[in-house]
Design a protein around this ligand. Structure first.
Ligand code: SAH
Ligand code: SF4
Length: 351
């Protein structure tokens, strides 16, 4: 089975030409795929019946995701879905909305996609990490997650404005499929979202960060740091190498130098583990003069023994970084009551 959502516009054209058809037919497929959301090839009315039959005969299909479970936060701003991929594999995808801006009346609508089923990195505080690794998610399956929400938003007169690779899995371990998904979703003849509206989050796959810097893509990078020294970091990220903290800071600098895009460091704050004022000072010394941004994420408690720090200690941690001149924000917690941390919903629903 060959999924039409896998093909980049140039590949779609080649496929059409190989079928002995005129090149312009590619756009007669691409436009409906990204704007009309057909579930079957027979629904692509722009195409002559003969072409639709031919595509089906050649084994082409339209892969879509099916909603199996939905949770919405009390304020309605966060919607978390458990979606079955075309082969029935359940994955999590989240929509996070921010209030409408006064300028165009549209909310910022960020989709958070999964790139792997489970994750082999085994981070001790992460529900996905505790599942182990099942399989990589293909580019067309990442696209299907976005398309599912695009259709849902369209019904409300809204659209997808931002995309973050922060769901289940480590995107830079599934490098080729992640980049193909980025290219499909940013192509002006594909989904057409701006590269600058995309962020990839990584636990720190150095080779992947360096490769990404060479891609000629203007996407944002977030590095999940979680600790200012290797000893503490290895407790949280058991797969991290012995020099991972220094290596990550250096990789972040290289990414910035090459792309001009500032790197964000993510830091999950865990009570009594990495949230003390001393550790905040150590972190500020590490990042001082780096021009980088820190995103503090108060922990979404998962099944493990880790807890979220009090609001007071979160603010104190933030204050110490800010005083030291390190640019820092606390992630607005929107999804806690709906298990919005990656991997939690799948665990809640499927056990
Ligand atoms: N594998 C990538 C992207 C997916 S995780 C990475 O680790 O960066 C996206 C973000 O969610 C990461 O910063 C991760 O540390 C954070 N995260 C995972 N579990 C969490 C939890 N229980 N509470 C708060 N943040 C969590
Ligand atoms: Fe994987 Fe990211 Fe979870 Fe670590 S935090 S286990 S890298 S998904």
């Amino acid at each position: 089975m060959k999924d039409l959502y896998r093909l980049l516009p140039e590949e779609m054209e080649q496929m059409i030409i190989d079928m002995g058809q005129p090149r312009y037919r590619a756009d007669q497929i691409l436009y409906p795929l990204y704007y009309k959301f057909p579930k079957n090839i027979s629904e692509i009315r722009q195409l002559p019946t003969m072409m639709r039959d031919k595509l089906a005969e050649e084994g082409y299909v339209i892969g879509s995701a099916t909603e199996v479970h939905r949770v919405v936060s009390e304020d309605g701003d966060t919607t978390k879905l458990l979606l079955n991929l075309a082969d029935g594999t359940p994955v999590e995808t989240v929509l996070i909305q921010y209030p409408p801006s006064k300028i165009n009346g549209h909310p910022r609508s960020t989709i958070c996609v999964s790139t792997q089923v489970g994750c082999a990195m085994g981070c001790t505080f992460c529900a996905t990490g505790q599942m182990g690794f099942e399989r990589n998610i293909k580019a067309e399956e990442i696209v299907a997650q976005v398309i599912h929400f695009a259709e849902l938003l369209e019904k409300r007169g809204q659209h997808v404005t931002n995309l973050v690779f922060m769901g289940m899995g480590e995107p830079l371990v599934n490098y080729d499929e992640t980049i193909r998904a980025v290219r499909l979703l940013t192509h002006p003849r594909g989904f057409g979202i701006g590269q600058r509206n995309i962020t990839i989050s990584t636990i720190g796959i150095i080779s992947g960060i360096d490769k990404l810097a060479e891609e000629d893509l203007q996407i944002g990078l977030a590095i999940s740091l979680h600790a200012p020294n290797d000893k503490l970091r290895q407790k949280l990220v058991p797969t991290a190498g012995p020099h991972s903290v220094d290596d990550l800071i250096a990789a972040g600098k290289r990414y910035f130098k090459k792309t001009g895009r500032r790197v964000t460091f993510e830091y999950a704050l865990i009570e009594g583990v990495n949230d003390s004022p001393e550790i905040a000072k150590e972190l500020s010394l590490l990042l001082d003069g780096n021009g980088s941004h820190v995103n503090l994420i108060p922990l979404n408690p998962t099944a493990g023994d880790f807890h979220r720090p009090s609001k007071r200690s979160v603010l104190e941690f933030e204050r110490i970084l800010n005083i030291a001149g390190v640019n820092c924000t606390v992630r607005v917690e929107k999804g806690t009551e709906i298990s919005a941390a990656c991997g939690q919903l799948r665990t809640d629903v499927l056990g």
